[in-house]
Structures are given as C-alpha cells and as structure tokens.
Design a protein around this ligand. Structure first.
Ligand SMILES: NC(=O)c1ccc[n+]([C@@H]2O[C@H](COP(=O)([O-])OP(=O)(O)OC[C@H]3O[C@@H](n4cnc5c(N)ncnc54)[C@H](O)[C@@H]3O)[C@@H](O)[C@H]2O)c1
Length: 433
C-alpha cells in the first residue's frame, strides 16, 4: 500500500519507518518544512533507536518521500494515518485543532477526486472525537463507501518505539459499529492481533491504559513514601508485591462491577490511611480509595431507586460468591439503605444459612439488619417471581432457570457483568455498561 502519514513527530516518524520496513510506500506530511526536508533525505526528525536505518533503507529503495502539501500526499496514497499532535490547552482540555485541520484537508481532496481511501486516526483523542470528525468531514464519503475509517490508538513508548511497533503490547481497531471490519487493511497497518471495538471503546482503551500507567506510578510512589517513613526499602517492597502475578499483577480485581467489601479490604485500607494521617504522610491517591468505593455504591443505589420499582429482589448478599461472609458487604449496605427507604426486599444467597452464622458475621447482621431472617428466601424462584426489579450481584441461578422465571415486564440490574442477562427479553441495565 502507499500510505500517507500526517504528522512526522514521534508517532508519525516511527510509523513511517516501520511501515516502510513492511514494504509499504510512505508519503510523510507535516507543516514543518524542516521535518519534511529531513524525511526527504531519509533522516528521522526525532531521535529513536534504529529509526534512521529504517528510513535510509526506505529512501534508497524509493519508498519514502515527504511534503508539506496535504493534497499531494492524499493523491499519492491508498491510506492516510493521522498522527498529528493533540496537546493540552491551558485549561487542560484537549486541543483537536490539528486533527480537525488534517481531516478537513483529506476530506476535501477525497470529495474532489472521488478516490477510495482508508483512514486511520492514530492521535490520542477523547471518546467521541472520531465520531465528531466523521460527522463534520466524512459522513457522506463513509456512507457512500468511498472511505473506510478506523480509530487505532498508538501504544509505543519513546526510546523503544521501533521495537514496540514490531511487537505491540496491545493492538486495537475501532470501527464505526464495533463489528469486525470486512477487510484486514487496518490490521496490515498495525500488526499484532487487534481487538475490535467501536470508535469510542477504542478511544477509551487508550485513556484507560495511560490512566492506569499514571495510577501505577502514583501508587508505587505512595507506597514508597510510607516505606521511607518506616525506614523500609520501598523498591524491595514493590518488587515483592509485583512478584504475585495471581492477585496483584493480573486481571484479578480489574473488572468493573461490585464495590469492594469483605472483612479485609475496607479495614486495611482504613488502617493504613489512619497511620498516614497520624504521621503526616501525604497520600492523596490512597486517601481517595474509600471515597471512590462509596461513589460506586451510591451509583448502584441510585440505579436501583431510579427504576421506580418498589419490590426488589437481591440475588447474592455476601461480599462475593461462595462465602457466607457478610462483613463489609456492599450488598448489605444496599439492602440496609433500601429497607430504610421503605422498599420491599427479598433476598436469595445460596451460601447463606442464618442458623449457621456465628461470631462477627452474626454480630454484623444483628447490628445492621436484625430482621434479615424474614427477608432471606430459601430459593431464587420465589425471590425472582415476587420482585419487580432483580439486582443480580452473584450468579446464583442458572441462566436457563432465569430465562423461564423472569418476565419481560420485570427489570434486571447486573452488578458484576453477567452479560448473558442482556440477551433475555427484560429491561436490562448493567452497573458499568
Ligand atoms: N509520543 C508518544 O510516545 C505517543 C505515544 C502514543 C500516542 N501518542 C499520541 O500520538 C499523537 C502524536 O504524538 P507525537 O508525540 O508524535 O506528537 P509530536 O508533537 O511529536 O508530532 C506531531 C506532528 O504533527 C505535526 N502537525 C501539526 N499539525 C499538522 C498538520 N495540520 N498537518 C501535518 N502535520 C501537522 C507537527 O508539526 C508535528 O511534527 C498525539 O495525539 C499523542 O498523544 C504519542
């Protein structure tokens, strides 16, 4: 393919060198004459290991050129990749002016020439930006099948960018409807085995990754600050923490759903925070952990009460499935709030047997919901059939049974991502989707 690359900065220059290595012809486009001149001589405008060699080779083989003329670049290419900068404005808001400018230029050329084209947005843009660009500049061309448009976030790291392009940590293709594209053209320009999502999902993945990276740094540094106060080696502590790849560096605890609860997390988070406060150690990130959990619980309660149904059935009460531990369970907090507001409640939890609850568990229930026994039902069917709204926090009923017990006029709130629920003909809402 002949590919025009808009923006010859870190992303554009690396993309050019690496796509040239794969055999594509590259036409670079930038508003800065100096970058265009460097490219035309086969030199990279930025410092990045291996890049000059790749560009020199492409130049020798006649597969590299650059221009400041956007129309010329589009006219010579089958695909365009937009890698221009998306800096922050003074206010912190994202500035999409460069992406808009290039989108306008490309759409003008395509409309005038009638040529078919593939367009990849690669610059980092907030969810909704690709759709906004398409609406403003490309909708007629897309509807007519003249241009196919993808949003493919870039994940390279400066300093190892060429290596990262060859072996991407993640490859994502965003399509207008989230469906697998008919052609593998975007994959050819990305490499790897891309996950396919809608434009907004793909845009959100880029922000989720960068936010996660920033959070990781903040978390490690806050643990380091506590360690410094204790006279401990923070790097060693984090090294051991990271050696647990089952719970710590893993998918575990990484699925949006129930707020956390149980006998350990709320207690231990509070204990470390109170130590930090007492000793004057500033931990703003850790400090907000309790607040974010509460905000999630508040959202769940708002969703439930917002449905306007008075008879509520809870599937699952313990803080997670296969335990009868009610301490710190978010669903106990939900039940308590709903009862306090006069809702009718029925609860099913297959792991709960009130007559066997002893110790701290029993004390928790006696303190918070002494009449729990009258709300707990021995079977899920009774809870489901007598409720107008079912809140499923655990998969404690088989799908086939749910399918016959729940009626279309009932509503279901799916707390933990049991998304098969979505496929049945009732009113469905997920806590995080
Ligand atoms: N740098 C990274 O490590 C990295 C990694 C992943 C994603 N990104 C994202 O990729 C995008 C590009 O980042 P970058 O670091 O390469 O930016 P950069 O500032 O290094 O390069 C952007 C280039 O776009 C050019 N440009 C601006 N307006 C133009 C126009 N109208 N026509 C043609 N060229 C134009 C600029 O002259 C500049 O050379 C950003 O959205 C960034 O957030 C960057």
């Amino acid at each position: 393919m002949n590919v025009s690359i808009f923006g010859l900065g870190y992303v554009g220059a690396v993309t050019s060198g690496c796509l040239a290595e794969l055999g594509h012809g590259i036409i670079g486009a930038d508003v800065q004459q100096a970058k265009v001149d460097a490219f035309n001589r086969g030199f990279s405008p930025i410092i990045e290991p291996e890049l000059d060699d790749l560009l020199q080779k492409a130049k020798r083989e006649g597969r590299l050129s650059a221009t400041t003329n956007a129309a010329d670049a589009v006219a010579q290419s089958d695909a365009s990749i937009i890698c221009v900068g998306t800096p922050s404005l003074e206010s912190g808001r994202l500035n999409l002016d460069f992406v808009r400018k290039v989108s306008e230029q490309i759409s003008t050329v395509l409309r005038a020439s009638g040529k078919k084209h593939i367009l990849l947005f690669r610059s980092t843009m907030l969810p909704g930006s690709t759709r906004a660009m398409v609406t403003d500049f490309f909708e007629d061309l897309r509807a007519a099948g003249q241009v196919r448009i993808y949003y493919c976030p870039e994940f390279l790291r400066e300093g190892t960018a060429v290596k990262d392009f060859r072996e991407p940590s993640l490859a994502v293709v965003g399509t207008h409807d989230g469906k697998e594209p008919e052609s593998d053209e975007a994959k050819q320009l990305l490499g790897g085995s891309p996950s396919v999502l809608g434009w907004e999902g793909a845009e959100m993945i880029k922000y989720s990754c960068n936010y996660f990276h920033a959070l990781k740094v903040g978390f490690a540094n806050e643990i380091g600050r506590v360690c410094k106060f204790l006279g401990e080696d923070g790097a060693r502590v984090m090294d051991v923490v990271c050696s647990d790849t089952r719970l710590n560096i893993s998918r575990y605890y990484m699925k949006p759903g129930n707020p956390y609860g149980g006998s350990c997390l709320p207690k231990d988070v509070s204990a470390l925070l109170s130590l930090a406060r007492q000793e004057g150690i500033s931990l703003p990130l850790l400090d907000n952990t309790l607040d974010t959990n509460q905000a999630h619980l508040d959202l769940l309660i708002k969703l439930i009460t917002g449905k306007g149904r008075r008879k509520i059935g809870l599937l699952g009460l313990a803080f997670k499935a296969d335990t009868d531990d009610l301490r710190g369970s978010p669903m106990v907090a939900v039940a308590e709030t709903l009862l306090g507001r006069g809702y009718e409640l029925r609860i099913y939890d297959p792991s709960l047997n009130l007559s066997r609850l002893i110790g701290a568990n029993e004390a928790e229930i006696q303190r918070r919901m002494p009449h729990l026994a009258s709300l707990l039902k021995p079977g899920a069917r009774e809870v489901i059939e007598d409720s107008e709204l079912i809140v499923a926090s655990q998969k404690c009923v088989a799908m086939e049974e749910l399918g016959t017990w729940v009626k279309p006029e009932q509503a279901v709130i799916d707390v933990n991502g049991w998304r098969e629920l979505k496929t049945l003909p009732w009113q469905y809402e997920g806590l995080c989707w």
